[in-house]
Design a protein around this ligand. Structure first.
Ligand SMILES: *[C@@H]1O[C@H](CO)[C@@H](O)[C@H](O)[C@H]1NC(C)=O
Length: 338
């Protein structure tokens, strides 16, 4: 071994021992863990739902197409929903979006909530950031209201904490015991932060039959007038709904002060469905169940199925009592008869 090599060897030893061995290992360990995390989190989110734009973003085209193709007789619904969702999802919203859907059974309230969920969340209604809360199923006992309030507050807080763009759909809110919804009031407001969380990107949809009768009455008056159904405007309906909601004695939401404080972004009216709209639902179902191709559906079959449903007012039979809700069972009944 010559002298030069020996000096070099000694130099390396000195250099290595100058770094404290444990902190060096620690630093390397931290770097490796951080590296694994930054590499694998996006990979994980490739396959499993995360709160990222890959999984959550509004597809306006899809929403527009679905509403036009799958929803019948609700000309007021599409525009108002697209307008509010678009501005909520693309700008920094100043408060949570709160939409209040009103109308009778089978007019499409549930259906539209589902379409909304599908147009925003890749996982649709199965998304862990979409919560469907049925008032009659989840809040059945009036004497347990304090417990329900805690439960609901926890749900909203933990969800929005995990993902600001969470969606909460409250079904049959008119059957919810009074006071429960008041507990959510702070989350509907303009606060930038509340207990460290920003709730302004969250979305709430309330479904109810509140004002359903007034909407029907107005639609019937319009039917008797020289105006077309499509002439019914949003302003006049909003007026009818907010008046009915404030005067309602039974509604769990509407004798809370949420509506008085203008916390509802928009009221969305669902008009009662006429026989021609029912026929469209029947056609969709006959095709979906492979009974016919769309161009081959016999007109008399549609008429017979439509006739299985009840219509009001009794003397004129204009609007379906249950909308499109009972169409599936009637299709089964008529088609299996043969
Ligand atoms: C949006 O929806 C349309 C129609 O369903 C679809 O063709 C398009 O690929 C979607 N865009 C994105 C970004 O998912």
């Amino acid at each position: 071994m010559n002298f030069v090599k020996l000096v070099m060897f000694y130099g390396v030893i000195t250099y290595v021992s100058a770094i404290e061995p444990f902190s060096a290992l620690g630093a390397i360990g931290t770097a490796v863990i951080a590296g694994i995390y930054t590499v694998f989190t996006p990979i994980k989110c490739q396959f499993k739902e995360c709160c990222t734009s890959k999984w959550i973003s509004l597809n306006t085209t899809a929403l527009q197409e679905d509403l036009r193709r799958r929803l019948y007789g609700q000309h007021l619904v599409t525009d108002v929903i697209i307008k509010h969702l678009k501005s909520h999802m693309t700008k920094d919203p100043s408060k949570a979006l709160t939409l209040s859907f009103h109308g009778g059974t089978g007019t499409g309230k549930n259906y539209v909530s589902k379409i909304i969920a599908e147009s925003i969340y890749k996982e649709g209604m199965r998304s862990k950031y979409v919560h469907l809360i049925s008032a009659t199923k989840e809040f059945p006992h009036k004497d347990m209201v304090p417990l329900y309030k805690d439960k609901l507050r926890n749900l909203v807080e933990s969800s929005v904490n995990e993902c600001p763009q969470s969606l909460f759909i409250f079904d049959e809110i008119d059957k919810m015991p009074a006071g429960i919804l008041d507990t959510l009031k702070p989350y509907f407001d303009f606060y930038e932060q509340l207990g460290g969380t920003d709730y302004r990107k969250a979305m709430f949809i309330f479904l109810s039959n509140t004002a359903g009768e007034d909407i029907s009455k107005h639609a019937l008056n319009n039917w008797h007038s020289e105006f077309k159904r499509e002439d019914i405007g949003l302003k006049e309906m909003e007026q009818i709904i907010s008046t009915a909601a404030i005067n309602s004695k039974t509604s769990g939401m509407y004798h809370s002060d949420i509506i008085y404080k203008h916390m509802i972004t928009a009221y969305v009216p669902f008009l009662p469905m006429e026989r021609k709209h029912i026929k469209e639902c029947i056609k969709d179902l006959l095709v979906a169940r492979n009974y016919f191709r769309r161009e081959d559906i016999p007109e008399d079959k549609i008429r017979v199925i439509a006739q299985e449903l009840n219509y009001y007012p009794a003397d004129m039979e204009i609007f379906s009592v249950t909308g499109c809700k009972r169409v599936p069972e009637k299709v089964t009944y008529v088609m299996d008869e043969e």
